[in-house]
Design a protein around this ligand. Sequence first.
Ligand code: C2E
Ligand code: MG
Ligand code: MG
Length: 719
Amino acid sequence: MSEDPIKYTVIKKRRVLNSLGGQMVLLMSGILLIAMITNAYLQFRDEVFTMEQVLNVRAQSLGQVLASVSIESLVEYDVQKLNKNIEAVTSQSQVVHAVILDTRGNSLTTFLDLNDIYIQNTLNNLNNVDSAAIVNELDKIPELVTYKVPVMSDGTMLAQAVVVLDNSEYVAASAEKFEEKVLSTLFIGLFVGMGIYFVFSRHILAPIQALSEGANKIANSEFGHEIQVKGDTELSDLSANFNQMSENIELLIADRDAALKDLEDLNKELEKRVQDRTIELQALNTEIARQAMHDPLTELPNRTLLVERLRQNIYLAKRNEKQVAFLMLDLNNFKEVNDTLGHPQGDRLLLDVASRLPTALRQSDTVGRLGGDEFGIVLPEADGRQAIEVAKKVLASLEPSFELDEQVVSIGASIGIALYPEHGEDDASLIRHADIAMYDAKKNKGEPCLYDPEADHYTTARLALMTDLRHAVENDELQLYYQPQVELSTRKVLTVEALSRWDHPEHGNISPGEFILLAESSDLIRSISDWVLEKTISQIAKWQAQGADIVVSLNLSARDLLNPSLSDTIKSLCEKHDVSPSLLKIEVTESVIMSNPEKVIDVLEDPILSQVNYAIDDFGTGYSSLSYLKKLPINEVKIDKSFVLDMIGNAEDTSIVRSVIELAHNLGYTVVAEGVETEQTLTQLELLGCNVVQGFYFSPAVEADALLDVIKTIERDSA
Ligand code: C2E
Ligand code: MG
Ligand code: MG
């Protein structure tokens, strides 16, 4: 949280002199007082001036009166009368001294007001009582007015009349009045000041104070205090505006606070989103990193990670002078399962396979998916023997059939093994060599194969051979040979097996065991099978034309059997050559059937295909499920030649052959044994109850043209 930006203010308590009102009152009272006192003073001065004027006039007139009334008395020299005159004058107010001086300056009669302070002072100052001197002294005092009038008679000055008037009493009275005025003015000033202060503070200061307090509250973010100013003045307008302003500020602040709150919420929300997004991104990054290194379907390490592990193990082995084994595993007939059951089921199967593989491995081993139906396994510190053992375990783990949706599927695998450092010093050559060995394993009917450097040339030529094969198929360069099958009970040849031959212009005879495997890895097998069907059916027709009804047994791959157009192809060829489908026998291997038994059952229910005979080829090498075999329209089983060839002197093989024969008979099948090379074997098979034999003992596969003669010879020799 940021710091509170509001600064709080406080209202000062002011002394009156510091307050606006106090200063205002002081100023106004001061001006008023000065004006009033000045006015009073000017009035007072005017009064004094007027009194002086009046005094002068009175002095003049009294002097002249005294002079005029004294003429007669002087002429007559009537002192009494003169005194009377003096008395009459001096009885007038303000007259403090009156005297008639003769021409020599002696007083003829005189009057002195001894109560007057000036008279007293003058007399005290003068040592003598000379009237002229007194008059001169009094004349010098500014507070007194001295007036001298000559008393004339017929042009002759008889004497001088002097009158002295004192104005001080009047002036004192006037000064007193002035003082009273000043005092009353002060009082008035005080009252007026107080009044002004009262009015001012009530109507101006109080609202200002209230406004100030209001402003202070707003400054301190306290709202809702309305300022009440009575009346209809500028201040009431101001307070109304102030209240409005306060309300607006409150609203603005509320808006601002709400906006800030929203902003804060938004910030929090944003922060949360950023946090969530970061977590998501982290998870995503981890997932991306994981995905980059793992196969999305099986979640096993992908090729990149597997190769990396292999590389690491090679480094370790190099340092510790140990071995590393790399196993390449490829599922047999996976393509067929995928094509017939659909990709989702294919994926499901891969997933199940992927979950079984690790069960046969140690934790330190790495299994990963190289792509398609290929898996790779890295075995640290393993030699050839250990690697083969592990490979067998892996194969055993795949033996139990896989339960897909409403389908039970068996799938075998081929494993090729390459060892570090024997077969390669780096990952690339180990992988390549394991691949070659894996191809050998495919030919080896399921047995894991160690890489054989001697056989390597074959693989390097594989691609070139594929091109040649395609060319051979297109140019009709393949041949079909036929090997007779002899019925032991009659020593008759009723059936022959059609076997493909390829005479390569450079490499000479290439065994079908090799080129068929090659063709099965691509769509080329379909062309070959179509060619075999065409050749076979047309050949049956030819033999029929020569009077021989020979059943021809032909080998079809899993893909052919599950090819939806198989029925149509056979139908049209049979019609074309006027051959019954019942003269055809199709040999399929156990693995083909077991890879997708339900589908095979379905296919064989087809009206055309159901007329054809079927044999299970290479019986005993796969993992047949009897429950399925029973459901199939199969006529015979062919015991694989690997058991037959070594039968003599090999109790194990003999017992396998015996069991197969018994089992097949129990299921109602005819038993054909292939690979019969010797009479001993033949006799043994006869003893075991075998029905039909095929082998070099009677004849290898021969060209069509030679077959009828070969059959004749066989039948003649065995008769
Ligand atoms: P297969 O169907 O089991 O054929 C029998 C194989 O045993 C043939 O090998 C045959 O020549 C050989 N054989 C027969 N008697 C003896 C014997 O007494 N001793 C020995 N050692 N071998 C004997 P071939 O012709 O090399 O064919 C190998 C495999 O190639 C066949 O095994 C079959 O699975 C496949 N194949 C041959 N021609 C075709 C074809 O046209 N189409 C398909 N899909 N597969 C074919
Ligand atoms: Mg066969
Ligand atoms: Mg066979």
